[in-house]
Design a protein around this ligand. Structure first.
Ligand code: PGA
Length: 251
């Protein structure tokens, strides 16, 4: 069985001191009770250095929430994959629906970000997921197929095997409405079928596919128990140490 992964996406939350307190609290909870799952924390850029120091204790990895599609140079305000590599950051969320929506990140830009990440040894946590009108129009498979193909299927097998996928139905993010366990299982199975067609069954079987969208300590166990769900990408519920630790325990 694949070891499950729980990633916490803090988004644009917490001041520096609060962020440090959250990490310290998490570490004491992990010390009290270790978890079997692999844990990844994705704080805002400004806290990455502090967080990566704490990661030395071995309880979690650190990921960024975004990277530049460009390698280096005159791109004011951007942070490159090579900068993150130089700070021992190991993961990077790419293509989160909030980036797609509020910052107009399209498939072409996300392809470039995935390439930058892999070039600099960052594991992309590549997000896909349909919006509510798309699900209502029964276009969810089509949307996710396009996102997965455009974002990832240019990779060769070796590169693709480094990627983590997160299925996050947009209508479930931050809304308190989760996909039903059956809806999550169905889409995860579909994504695996796409991977099988492109890279073969063995690669598909080994690919980590996380669920994200209003996952919390109360519903995590049921979602993580679904076939093909390899863990979760947690937003709101990752901002509280006890809640997040509880989610990690259930994976
Ligand atoms: P949420 O966010 O858990 O707050 O719904 C998930 C995400 O956006 O990754």
């Amino acid at each position: 069985m694949r070891k499950k992964i729980v990633a916490g996406n803090w988004k644009m939350n917490k001041g520096f001191q609060e962020a440090e307190e959250l990490i310290e609290e998490l570490i004491s909870l992990f010390e009290e009770q270790e978890v079997k799952s692999e844990v990844i924390l994705c704080p805002p850029f400004t806290y990455l250095e502090m967080a990566s120091d704490y990661a030395q204790e071995g309880y979690f990895h650190i990921g960024a929430q975004n990277i530049s599609p460009f390698p280096a140079g005159a791109y004011t305000g951007e942070v490159s994959a090579s900068m993150l590599e130089s700070m021992d950051i190991t993961h990077c969320i790419i293509g989160h629906s909030e980036r797609r929506k509020y910052f107009n990140e399209d498939d072409k830009m996300l392809t470039a970000k995935v390439n930058q990440a892999l070039m600099h040894k960052l594991v992309p946590i590549f997000c896909v997921g349909e919006a509510l009108p798309e699900r209502e129009a029964e276009k969810h498979f089509e949307v996710v197929r396009r996102q997965v193909r455009h974002g990832l299927f240019h990779l060769d097998t070796n590169e693709f095997q480094k990627v983590i996928i997160a299925y996050e139905p947009v209508w479930a993010i931050g809304t308190g409405v989760t996909a039903t366990p059956a809806q999550a299982a169905e889409m995860h199975a579909y994504i695996r079928t796409l991977i099988t067609e492109r890279y073969g069954a063995e690669v598909a079987e080994a690919t980590m596919i996380l669920y994200g969208g209003s996952c919390n300590a109360k519903n995590a166990a049921e979602i993580f128990a679904q076939p093909g769900v390899d863990g979760g990408l947690i937003g709101g519920a990752s901002l509280d140490a006890e809640e997040f630790h509880s989610i990690c325990k259930q994976a």
